[in-house]
Design a protein around this ligand. Structure first.
Ligand code: FES
Length: 202
């Protein structure tokens, strides 16, 4: 029999050397979380060996696969893979039966959707209105304190864009009276046939 001190309760237990810690502690009525039933595939049964690590069996291949080779840093072992043959102190503060049961019951399908709040239409409209007001207030704040005017000019007007339906309106034709003298001359030049233009230049 080996003496094992449990932290944080400081309870002292006599544990047989031929049983792993998970089995031995369960027999004594101590709760240790386990998802795989002791087959080294879930890592739920992690415990911390705070002293007496020399009196524990070396990690198995499966344990190394799950926890790596960092025991000297983390002091963590799998209870289902560890046997003890001397005085050892282990920390099992991560195993809280009450908390685990609560978590399990919250996740159960029977409770699904019970805590989800379903809002009524009026409420949603009210919230949207409130958010729009907040956004507008924020925008107004920014507009009032705009130092880089070129960014303000480029600021997209989303409402206007929607009205345009994605296209630009064509520019209206100008009346002949509105044209300046230079524009009239340009238009006349363009209207002349190519030969005439050539002769003029000769
Ligand atoms: S109980 Fe699953 S790894 Fe130990």
């Amino acid at each position: 029999m080996s003496k094992v001190i449990l932290l944080p309760s400081k309870e002292v237990l006599d544990i047989p050397e031929d049983k792993n810690l998970l089995e031995a502690l369960r027999e004594k009525g101590i709760y240790i979380r386990s998802g795989c039933g002791g087959f080294a595939s879930c890592s739920d049964c992690k415990i911390k060996v705070t002293s007496g690590e020399d009196a524990t069996t070396p990690p198995t291949f499966e344990e190394i696969q799950l926890l790596g080779t960092v025991f000297h840093i983390t002091k963590e072992r799998l209870a289902c893979q560890t046997k003890v043959f001397g005085d050892v102190t282990i920390d099992i503060s991560g195993h809280d039966q009450k908390r685990d049961e609560e978590t399990r019951s919250n996740k159960s399908p029977r409770n699904f959707g019970k805590k989800t709040k379903v809002r009524k239409r009026d409420e949603v409209v009210e919230i949207e209105k409130e958010r729009k007001e907040q956004r507008d207030a924020k925008d107004a704040e920014v507009d009032g304190d705009w130092t880089r005017h070129w960014e303000k000019d480029q600021k997209p007007d989303w409402d206007k864009r929607k009205k345009l339906d994605g296209g630009k309106r064509p520019r209206p034709f100008k009346d002949a009276e509105e044209l300046s003298e230079a524009e009239k001359k340009d238009e006349a030049d363009e209207a002349k046939p190519d030969n005439e233009n050539k002769n003029e230049s000769d």
